[in-house]
Design a protein around this ligand. Structure first.
Ligand code: SF4
Length: 353
């Protein structure tokens, strides 16, 4: 199975209940950002996400209220670095008691201290490790040497301890497809449970020109689409075709709602035009039709999962051929049957250190 059965069933049940209520727009995932404090300052990260004070974090009660108000079946616990959230065990317990499926998005630097032997593995918990390339690239993106090696050690440790473990990779202008492919091979060696690969979004606060333009995204994801079947990539085939420029989709900005220490972020995970203090005000005030249409200049080079994966699933489920393809995709998870021959140069470097 591509996604764990419990998660797939929870999302399926939730979507069926929304369809029965004839709701066209509904959230599926909550990006819960309880803090804007981080132990890294990555080059592709928006400034506000790693410069916040710990004292400005959301309380556990505020986090759980956001989950109850949005009623989503799944959430990404991100930030900032969520393992630095002092009340992490209490928050996770509250989420698991509510039956939510949680992607704990982490750079892994604090895993040993804050997660192992503190938060036990659970079928509702997926550790989602940030990994933007092989050693040289990832350490460059994270602005610190040694982060890649640490992350790889933590992936192995997570698997050994029984945590469901996935990875999250952003493709930038300089990322070569050979490197993406070699990273996929390496992660297959570690038997990761899933790999998310996305084109980076150009935040206005990030000055460096490291992001892909529309044509670059099409070219790179056209190649990724070709080899995607060999790896447990968790982007749907319809989404990958969209990223490869082979089909169009409207955005579904409401599918992934974002609660931050500043309030509910609107209109989407990427653009912070306005923060709302209440869920009701947020949900009823945003001009969803405008943002769905992608006419805003800030949407032109956006191919983010948070906006388009829900659109891809909706498009696929309304077309019998794509619906079957989606079902087959969910039912299969590529795994390495026999160890690959890793003799020769280390697979984790692209250039000598
Ligand atoms: S296209 Fe991207 S930037 Fe625009 S609303 Fe959708 S998710 Fe946000």
């Amino acid at each position: 199975m591509r996604f764990p059965l419990g998660l797939a069933l929870a999302v399926g049940r939730y979507m069926a209940s929304q369809a029965l209520r004839r709701r066209d727009r509904f959230p599926t995932t909550l990006m819960l950002e309880p803090l804007y404090t981080c132990n890294l300052a990555c080059v592709g990260c928006s400034t506000e996400r790693h410069t916040g004070k710990l004292s400005d974090r959301l309380t556990v009660a505020q986090c759980l209220e956001a989950v109850d108000q949005s009623k989503v079946p799944t959430l990404s616990l991100c930030g900032g670095e969520p393992t630095l959230y002092p009340e992490l065990p209490e928050l996770l317990q509250g989420l698991i008691e509510r039956g939510k499926y949680i992607f704990l998005c982490t750079n892994t630097l604090a895993m040993e201290k804050r997660v192992f032997d503190v938060v036990p593995p659970d079928k509702h918990l997926i550790v989602n490790v940030h990994l933007d390339g092989l050693r040289e690239t990832h350490d460059f993106v994270c602005n610190r040497a040694g982060v890649f090696d640490h992350a790889m050690r933590m992936i192995a440790e997570c698997k050994a301890r029984g945590y469901q473990t996935m990875t999250n990779t952003t493709v930038f202008q300089e990322t070569s497809l050979e490197e993406v492919r070699e990273l996929c091979e390496l992660l297959m060696d570690h038997d990761v449970d899933g790999m998310l690969i996305s084109p980076g979004y150009q935040y206005e606060t990030v000055q460096r020109d490291i992001f892909l333009k529309r044509e670059d995204i099409h070219a790179k994801f056209g190649e990724i689409l070709k080899f995607s079947k060999q790896y447990p990539i968790i982007a749907t085939p319809t989404f990958l075709r969209f990223a490869a420029g082979q089909r169009e989709l409207n955005c579904s900005p409401y599918s992934t709602v974002t609660r931050t220490p500043l309030g509910w972020k609107a209109p989407c995970y990427l653009i912070d035009e306005k923060y709302y203090s209440t869920w009701d005000e947020f949900w009823t005030s945003v001009d969803w039709a405008y943002w769905e249409s992608r006419q805003d200049a800030r949407c032109q080079n956006c191919y983010m999962h948070s906006g388009f994966e829900a659109s891809a699933v909706r498009a696929a489920t309304s077309n019998p051929k794509e619906a079957l393809e989606l079902l087959a995709w969910q039912m299969t998870r590529p795994r390495r049957r026999t160890p690959r021959n890793t003799s020769g140069p280390s697979p984790v470097t692209t250039t000598p250190n």
